[in-house]
Ligand binder design. Structure first.
Ligand SMILES: Cc1cc2nc3c(=O)[nH]c(=O)nc-3n(C[C@H](O)[C@H](O)[C@H](O)COP(=O)(O)O)c2cc1C
Length: 279
């Protein structure tokens, strides 16, 4: 099973968040705000624009009263597949069908040589029996962190109407050159030029410097193909644990964790244990 994740024209726009509590909430400063921080009618202070906490030099708390109920769709433990990646594929499809803009976006956490974690969003571009793949500049900060410590965590989050999260932890492998070539070639030419020219994670003087690097590369390659730089390519997160989280009303959520029964066991197949975790 090899699945490439592509944008689909048929994906609908994200549905509006459902059941956000917009009732006015009285704050200690006398302003009435709704749950997402909007100031209610009549909420103003003389000589000062009505604003959120950060306008007034206070802590920023407009979300303190934000409440969304997640619905009561259960995570079907009994019918869950024996291995996690088919379920991840299904949830990605369902997030796409629900109109989530980039359902393959995932927060990727890595750890540097000082033990400091770093987290950023990347796009999962394929998933198969080995794990999930993403592409980046291997000379970037994340690349350096993965070279020193080839372990990572990734988290997908799909808001309403799905209200789901999937977390993966495991080790990192380099994607084969052929796989990196194939993905690089599939990208629009402008994306090829920009990703090949950009010294990702390095400090640059200004936007002109970046555009100059792209223009210089474009001039060098002319009408020919943009070669994939050796430092740009794929990584695969080979999961050892995968947790599925389904938000449920009242915050009594469902959590299903798969753990690989033995190191080296395939990511699909029966070599996984399944456990329910408390929310
Ligand atoms: C929605 C979204 C998708 C992104 N996808 C990628 C990606 O697939 N690959 C990538 O290298 N950076 C991607 N980025 C940028 C990264 O978040 C990050 O800025 C970049 O990789 C540099 O990270 P680093 O300095 O920690 O290495 C994406 C950012 C966002 C917000």
């Amino acid at each position: 099973m090899v699945r490439a994740i592509r944008a689909r024209r048929s994906w609908r726009r994200p549905a509006a968040a459902s059941r956000v509590d917009l009732r006015p909430v009285a704050f200690a400063d006398g302003l009435a705000r709704n749950a997402v921080g909007g100031v209610g009618r009549g909420g103003s202070r003389a000589g000062r624009a009505p604003g959120r906490g950060y306008d007034r030099g206070m802590s920023h708390d407009p979300f303190a009263h934000l409440r969304i109920e997640y619905g009561d769709a259960p995570l079907p433990f009994e019918s869950a597949p024996a291995a996690p990646l088919p379920l991840l594929a299904q949830w990605l499809d369902e997030a796409a069908a629900a109109g989530v803009g980039e359902p393959n976006g995932m927060a990727l956490a890595t750890v540097d040589a000082d033990g400091q974690p770093h987290c950023r969003v990347v796009l999962c571009k394929s998933l198969d029996e080995r794990g999930i793949a993403f592409f980046t500049n291997r000379l970037s900060d994340k690349g350096a962190q993965l070279a020193g410590n080839p372990r990572a965590a990734a988290t997908f989050w799909w808001p309403a109407p799905r209200n789901r999260q999937v977390r993966l932890t495991g080790r990192i492998e380099l994607a084969a050159d052929a796989e990196s070539d194939a993905y690089f070639c599939s990208r629009p030419r402008r994306a090829q030029l920009c990703s090949a020219a950009s010294p990702q994670s390095r400090v640059v003087r200004d936007r002109d410097e970046l555009e100059g690097l792209v223009d210089a590369l474009a001039a060098r390659v002319g009408d020919g193909p943009v070669p994939r730089p050796a430092h740009w390519g794929g990584y695969r997160l080979v999961p050892e644990a995968v947790e599925f989280w389904q938000g449920r009303d009242g915050r009594l959520h469902d959590r299903l964790r798969y753990r690989r029964a033995a190191a080296g066991a395939p990511a699909v197949g029966g070599a996984w244990s399944r456990e329910r975790l408390a929310p």
